[in-house]
Design a protein around this ligand. Structure first.
Ligand code: ADP
Length: 375
């Protein structure tokens, strides 16, 4: 008999081996200068996206000799549209999820670099007419369109929205529940026990839940007088796809539909906490604890990524943080992962930009060569 907190949906598809079991795909997105930055004379751009769209050059302020070039799967500059980013960094993962694989799309970078804009931007017109902008609404639109055009399968699509703040998992769609726990199903699939999984039937449903979750998130942080950039926000969209075959249509006007099984694909959309190191002087009390917690989980993420990049490392420390434990399957290589490194182009942020790009370089090396000893 399954334990009471077993997930309602089957988890078999977690273990479908993706034949194209590739390394993490890394896309860099450099945002435009903000109006405030443009108006300052001392702010100059130091990040240059090269015409090959796969390398980026970072120069020290005013220097033509001190520069570093980094190569990624794709590099998008200020003129890249939300549709460009979706096509490069998200769509292949979403299509995989529709085939029953798990997929993760995460945005890494300092606060203000464009992570939320890239993932969650939605423009709401009158009467909740939403315009699709960022990766989350675009992914949802893509999934609903695909499902409505597929007459051979029946779809059940649901959504959860959580945040990880100071190593506790909070359900943003049900703020009464605090400190949810991560569990492992019998087949090894990772899930969050007791999290709300709400059925969504349209893009509007997804947008409404996003807004509700954001509102709950803001309320929680306002109460604590804290900033939401100190938590990781994660939207999980689960696509259950039931396969039917049409038999004996002569005996029944509708035909007889025989269930052959259910494929389950989970899409994790992760807006990581700001990667900046808070200056020691500025962080005391709660702020210092928050900063330590964020640094700890991002370091754990980096370690898991580095461990995978090095075939000689057999122990991957997934259990070092809630974030890596939850993303274990994504980082473990059975799923496709897309990492977006968001950077700001101006000289003020050069140290953070270099550190984010270095994080991306480490992630580029994550492949499936290593034989891993999962915890
Ligand atoms: P983060 O989530 O990394 O803290 P935000 O997504 O909130 O950063 O972005 C900071 C500001 O920059 C916001 O006002 C956002 O609208 C703007 N911004 C970020 N990326 C872009 C972009 N590619 N084009 C236009 N504005 C952007």
């Amino acid at each position: 008999k399954p334990p009471p907190d077993m997930p309602p949906s089957p988890h078999k598809s977690h273990f479908l081996q993706n034949s194209d079991n590739e390394r993490v795909k890394v896309t860099v997105r450099s945002r435009p200068l903000t109006k405030a930055e443009e108006s300052r004379e001392d702010v100059i751009p130091v990040v240059f996206v090269n015409p090959d769209k796969s390398t980026v050059t970072v120069r020290r302020k005013g220097s033509f000799v001190d520069y570093t070039e980094f190569k990624f799967d794709a590099v998008l500059g200020a003129s890249a549209t939300q549709a460009d980013v979706y096509a490069v960094a998200a769509q292949p993962i979403v299509l995989d999820v529709l085939e029953g694989y798990n997929g993760t799309i995460m945005a890494y970078g300092q606060t203000g670099a464009g992570k939320t804009y890239t993932l969650a931007d939605v423009v709401i017109n009158d009467a909740i007419q939403s315009r699709v902008e960022g990766i989350i609404p675009r992914s949802a639109a893509n999934i609903f369109e695909y499902a409505s055009n597929d007459k051979n399968h029946e779809y059940h699509i649901s959504m959860s929205y959580i945040q990880i703040y100071m190593e506790t998992i909070q359900d943003l769609l049900n703020p009464e529940t605090t400190n949810l726990q991560i569990r492992e199903a019998e087949d090894g699939g990772i899930f969050i026990a007791g999290v709300h999984e709400i059925e969504v039937k349209s893009l509007e449903d997804v947008v409404t839940l996003l807004m509700l979750g954001d509102c709950n998130r803001q309320c929680a942080f306002t109460k604590l007088n804290a900033h939401s950039s100190r938590s990781h926000a994660i939207v999980i969209i689960t696509v259950e796809k039931k396969t039917f075959s049409l038999l004996d249509s002569t005996n029944s006007s509708e035909g007889r539909r025989i269930s052959k099984g259910i494929l389950v694909g989970k899409l994790f959309l992760v807006d990581l906490a700001g990667s900046e190191r808070l200056k020691k002087s500025g962080s005391e009390g709660l702020r210092a604890v928050e900063a330590m917690s964020v640094n700890m989980s991002l370091t754990a993420l980096g370690k898991c990524i580095s461990a995978r990049a090095d075939p000689s490392i057999t122990h991957v420390p997934f259990r070092d943080s809630k974030l890596t434990r939850l993303l274990q399957e994504s980082l473990g290589g059975n799923t496709k992962t897309s990492l977006i490194i968001n950077i700001a182009p101006c000289c003020d942020h050069i140290q953070e930009t270099l550190s984010s790009l270095k994080f991306g370089i480490r992630a580029m090396k994550v492949g499936s060569r290593a034989i891993l000893n999962f915890e």
